[in-house]
Write a protein that binds this ligand. Sequence first.
Ligand SMILES: *Cc1c(COP(=O)(O)O)cnc(C)c1O
Length: 210
Amino acid sequence: MQEIKNRLPAGVSLLAVSKSQNEESIRDLAGFGQVDFGESRLQEAIKKKKNLYDLSRLKWHFVGKLQKNKVRGVIKEFDFIHSVDSISLLDRISKIAEEERKMPKIFLQVKFRDDPSKGGFLVEDLLESWSRINATNNIHLIGLMTIPPISLDFNQRKDLFRDCRNLANHLKLKDCSMGMSKDWGEAVEAGSTWIRVGSLLFGKRQILNK
Ligand SMILES: *Cc1c(COP(=O)(O)O)cnc(C)c1O
């Protein structure tokens, strides 16, 4: 972990994506000072947080596909949501955040290239609805998140990450959540502020997907 952190410029944070990893692995990294952990399933996160209740300073980031019926649970359990991919989902988050008296930090997931396997806002839709999105109450809209299609090569990924950085700048959003185990270097060069790293930090996933 320290090798990655040493290579991150000031202002770039490491999110340790601990999905499918056990509590002991999280505890180990927390012992080295890691604070931010990412999970993609609500039930798995609730169970881990129970077993890690003594580590109250940890911050939890939801990075998975967010189903509408999980919004309340995710708002209660997580400080950041990286995967908000539609206006209807954002509206629901706003409404439930008000009921729960929370202010989740939100990244909007954006799809810069055609990719049937991924969700996300299309750039033109985001721009068209921006004033309405930007006026959403009970949330802190902090940035954009993106995942490149796996078919892209190094330079194409870097171009995509730059597109994300430029759009965030245009919308006056500080953060870009981009870069994973295999592409965090080019994401950082293009202006990422949060890299989301799982397998490179933890090794193979330990819990089988259910
Ligand atoms: C699993 C996951 C990661 C981490 O991926 P690695 O390739 O293991 O680093 C990052 N972001 C999201 C949204 C994920 O689901």
